[in-house]
Design a protein. Sequence first.
Length: 266
Amino acid sequence: MPVELKQILGAIVFAARQPMTTGAIRKILQETAEINREEAATYGGIKESEIMASLHQLQVDCDTGKSGVHLIESAEGFRFQSDPVGGPWIRHMLNVGKPTRLSRPALETLAIIAYRQPISRAELEGVRGVAVDHVIRMLMEMQLIKIVGRSELPGRPMLYGTTALFLEHFGLKDVKELPGITELARMEAMRKKQDVAATPLPLPEENGINAETSAQDASDPSDPADEDEDDEDEDDEDEDDEDEDDEDEDDEDEDDEDEDDDEEDE
């Protein structure tokens, strides 16, 4: 009776010490076919698409058969995982006690990192409004986040992102599978465009003269109306001077007439 491909794949994934990718499984099938041509030659030239189809069929069989195990596709490949319904009995058997649960602040911080990675500590604190040093240290100890680089901002702060263990813990193949990640990415792109549009542009320079200086000169022009007012003030001053001169001459004439009258009386 010929062996089905999904039986071989299930045995390989079960015996592996780490998750197995379709490429790694195909390599095992090819190498085995070269060594044992009689039994393994049938699947020596199989394609990765056929391996993927058989693995998906094996996933359906595990889920519908309620065998207590599931075939999970993680970021690193396929692996078997126990059914969560058997958790209490498995923890008792392994003597591991209660599972570690993330606190609400840790979950909020982890969610922000997952959706906005790479992200700095200052940006995290800006979103949450509180210090996150302790939470970041705890998440790194749990290997859910890691340092993925440094920012180009002054001081080059460290940037944080999620790990493969994070994807495995939440049953994800990629962070793109996070609910609402596409919508959030679109909103982030729009926000960045708005920030760029709101940034004031530098004033252009014309004919080697800074436009800011020109603007200052333009804000204090010589108003012709002011010049006319100055001319009118000067004319008024001249008229006042003339009036004063006429008054002085009249006073002198009156004095002369008084002197003549005095002489005639004598």
